[in-house]
Every structure is written in C-alpha cells, then in structure tokens.
Ligand binder design. Structure first.
Ligand code: FMN
Length: 458
C-alpha cells in the first residue's frame, strides 16, 4: 500500500505561568526576559506563536511549589525551581486578547475544584476569546497541592480518575445544557431574552459530585472549549481515551512513541470514538541554530544551566515522595512504590527502563532526566535537521503533532517560529494559514452540538 503523506501537523506551545519555562534552569538564561510577572510577556509570546501559525498555546498548572524534597520550600525558592506559579486564566485571557486565531489552553485540576466552577470559568474564557479556549483536565500530583487546598492527603491515583469521570460529565453536561439557539435577545417590546425550553437543568447526582444547574453561561462560538488530556497509566489512558480531543503523551524515543500512540488510538476506538479526530502530541525541546555547530553550542549552554537540585525537587513533586529520606543508591521499597500517589507513568517507566523492581533515586534521576531539557526528546540542529526529526516522528506515526517546550523565553519560541516553522511549511506538513477562527475549526474537529446530555462522542 502506498504510504500516505500526512500534512496537518498540530503545533502547540508549552507555556508556563511561572518564572521559568518547562526547563527550570531557563530563568538563568541570559537571553531570557525577566518580565514574567507582566501581561506583556505572555502577549508578546502569543503574537509570535500566531505569526508562526501555532494551533495552541497551552499552560500547565500546579497548586503548590515543589516543596516535598526535605519537606522544605527553601530549595525551590532559592533556585527558582518552579517556585512561582500563577493562575493561568488571566494570562490566557491576555494572550487571547492579543491574538485572533491562536488557540489558548490551560490546565485545571478535577481534584481540588468544583465542576460547576470550572465549567463556568472555561466557558466564560471561551466567550472572551472568541471560541479558542481549551481545558487540560488533570487530577494533580501531590500532598503539597492537597494541603494548599485544605485537604490532608492527595487522593489515590485511580480514585482520582474515577472522580474525574464524574467531574467531566458534569462540566460537559453544563456546557451542553443551553441549546445552540437558546439565546434570542429580542429587544422589541415583549421580545424574549432566551427560550426557557432550550435551557436545561442538569440535575446531576453522582457518587462524588452533585450539581443542579441551570448553567449560567450560554454556548460559545465553538460550542464549548476543547478538551485536552494527558493520562498515560492504565487508568489514565482509559480516561484520556474517553474524554480527550487533544492528548499529550510523553515519550523519549520513536519506538516508544509508536507503541504508546497505537495504544492510545486503540483505546480511543475502544471507547467508540473516531481515533483520527483525537490528536496525540508529545512534548519536545527543539534547539535550532543557523548551523549545526551553533545549535550544538546552544544545547550545551542550555544544559549547563541545570542544577542537581532541580531533578530531586521536581521528581518529589511529580511522584509525591520525599527523596531526601533516601541515599542516592538506596533501593526504594515495594510498599513505597505501590503507594506512590503521584504520576504512575514516570514510576512505571523507571521500573521498566532500569530493569529493577526496586529502583534507586539515582535511577529515577537517570531515567526520567527530570529538571533537564532531556526530560523530553531534544531535536537539535539546523532548521532542516529539526524539521527532519519532527517529520520522522510525525510521518512515522509516533504522533500527530508536538508540544513545543522552550529552553528559554521568549527566545525559544521566537527562534522556532522564525526558523523551523517556514521549513515545515515548505515541506507541506504544517499549515501556512489558519483554517478558521475557532480552535475547533483549526484542529479540524467537528462542531460541538449541544445535546443537553453529557457526551463527547464523535
Ligand atoms: C504535556 C503534559 C502536560 C501535563 N500537564 C499537567 C499539569 O499541568 N498538571 C498536572 O497535574 N499534570 C499534568 N500532566 C500529567 C498528566 O495529567 C498525567 O498525570 C501524566 O501524564 C501521568 O499519567 P497518569 O496520571 O495516568 O499516571 C501533564 C502531562 C503531559 C505529558
């Protein structure tokens, strides 16, 4: 069978509402612009991304500093290890108002908020930015987040996803409870504002959540925000397959990418959904230079900005265990591994790659490479080299697009948009123009139709 060339690569910029990019050492980069507490910082990046025809700028989120290591926040504060974490919503609004086509996505956890609240915030944002919003549904990671939100302990991994299923049912239920033509706003004498028969009460009663309605925000230009998900464990994949319209999946090599891509697409099909409509994108760090030597030098420089503290602080954060309790070469016991309530995907990969049932903290550092740019694949070289690597993953069915992380900010995005995007466009794999105005149109997703029932099937 002739190989069909794929042409609609999805590009997403990995954004952080904090003092650094994904790369904690990035704030030390001399080309970084330290105005990260200003709206202009994010608006400038938004304009760059829109010029580069990115589909989406996406913010992750945490509800705590990485303070699990040694049960102390001093390390994170001293070395700027993601020690600032702002609410992404105002930043997303600013970026949305600085652009007209770029999608704007952000993370909000199902574990520490109420579904009605999240439904209202994201639908309101979607109106404010003309139907370009996306919600990344996560279940959070650790006890520090729990304590900031008044909860003693972070709930168990799979239980969080069970609760999240109900949470998303409620959010979508509310989003779909105003029929598309409910709003009338007939200002003539006696004219009605909206049709009462077309605004439904959800009356949801679940095991963990109840929400009555009626919802207080009508449908948006794209119907409702796009759903992003990134579950990668057994339970997480089922959740991603049920709800995700855009799925982020972390992997380091193309063979790993192909395997997880297939697993995720099969899981989507098993949910009765069309796998072609669910785009899968891994985070990557592109480092581009005018020549290979320049790019290599940039990579070496970026690498030199990492500090050993970064890895331990961020591993503790994501796995919800205090690595300060262990020597670097102490095996971690079965009970501790089994009870890790953070992300299971990293734990499982460390066990698999190290080949040890009881890996040590050093194994976690070496396999995950957390806190460095090598946590994700690094695509380094000339614009053609970077595009070659991206094309290999994309055409090789390792992904449908990429979540582009920056070694420094705003320069990392600017160099990518200026040098790599034109190369991808020249090759015909990436869009030269936006397809439409809303994020759904730009992602080629079918219009979302209000059915008055919580469902995402398409
Ligand atoms: C690109 C990307 C972004 C993510 N953003 C967040 C985030 O902002 N907050 C969060 O708690 N988890 C985030 N995660 C973690 C995922 O939601 C998920 O927990 C993780 O991939 C592990 O899968 P599991 O939950 O099935 O173990 C992200 C993952 C990826 C790959």
């Amino acid at each position: 069978m002739a190989e069909r060339r794929r042409t609609d690569m999805v590009l997403i910029a990995f954004m952080q509402a904090q003092n650094c990019t994904n790369y904690p050492g990035s704030w030390r980069h001399p080309q970084g612009i330290p105005d990260f507490l200003s709206a202009e910082h994010y608006m400038r990046i938004a304009r760059t991304l829109e010029e580069g025809k990115f589909h989406l700028a996406f913010f992750d989120d945490r509800l705590a500093m990485p303070d699990i290591f040694g049960e102390d926040h001093r390390l994170a504060v001293q070395w700027g290890i993601r020690s600032v974490k702002m609410d992404p919503i105002p930043l997303m609004t600013a970026m949305g108002l600085a652009t007209t086509r770029l999608g704007i996505g952000g993370t909000c956890t199902t574990t520490y908020f109420e579904p009605f609240d999240v439904a209202r915030t994201f639908m309101t944002l979607d109106h404010m930015i003309g139907g370009r919003a996306a919600w990344n549904v996560v279940t959070s990671m650790n006890d520090s987040e729990a304590r900031n939100m008044g909860v003693a302990e972070h709930p168990d991994h799979d239980l969080r996803y069970d609760r999240a299923d109900e949470f998303v049912e409620i959010v979508l239920g509310h989003w779909q409870s105003w029929e598309d033509d409910a709003l009338v706003v007939d200002t003539r004498p006696g004219g009605v504002f909206a049709q009462p028969d077309k605004v439904h009460r959800l009356d949801y009663r679940g095991r963990w959540y109840n929400s009555r309605g009626p919802f207080t925000v009508p449908r948006s230009k794209q119907g409702q925000p796009v759903i992003i998900q990134a579950g990668q464990s057994g339970r997480g994949i089922r959740f991603a397959a049920r709800w995700g319209e855009l799925v982020f999946a972390s992997y380091k090599t193309l063979p790993q990418a192909r395997a997880l891509y297939r697993t995720l697409k099969d899981a989507v099909a098993a949910e009765g959904r069309n796998p072609d409509l669910v785009r899968i994108a891994p985070p990557v760090y592109p480092i581009v230079g005018e020549t290979r030597a320049i790019a290599e030098e940039k990579r070496a420089f970026a690498d030199s900005l990492a500090r050993p503290e970064d890895a331990l602080a961020l591993l503790g954060e994501v796995l919800n265990i205090d690595f300060a309790k262990y020597g670097l070469d102490d095996p971690i016991g079965e009970a501790v591994l089994a009870n890790m309530t953070g992300q299971h995907a990293i734990r499982d990969r460390v066990v698999q790659v190290s080949g040890k049932a009881n890996p040590t903290p050093r194994d976690f550092i070496d396999v995950s490479r957390r806190g460095t740019i090598h946590e994700a694949p690094v695509f380094c070289g000339t614009p053609a080299d970077v595009a070659d690597q991206m094309e290999e993953w994309y055409q090789g069915e390792g992904c449908d697009g990429f979540v582009v992380a920056a070694t420094h900010r705003p320069g990392g995005y600017e160099e990518f948009a200026r040098l790599v995007v034109p190369e991808l466009q020249r090759r015909g794999v990436f869009q030269k123009e936006y397809r439409g105005r809303t994020l759904r149109e730009n992602l080629g997703l079918p219009p979302s139709v209000a059915r008055g029932r919580p469902t995402m099937r398409h």
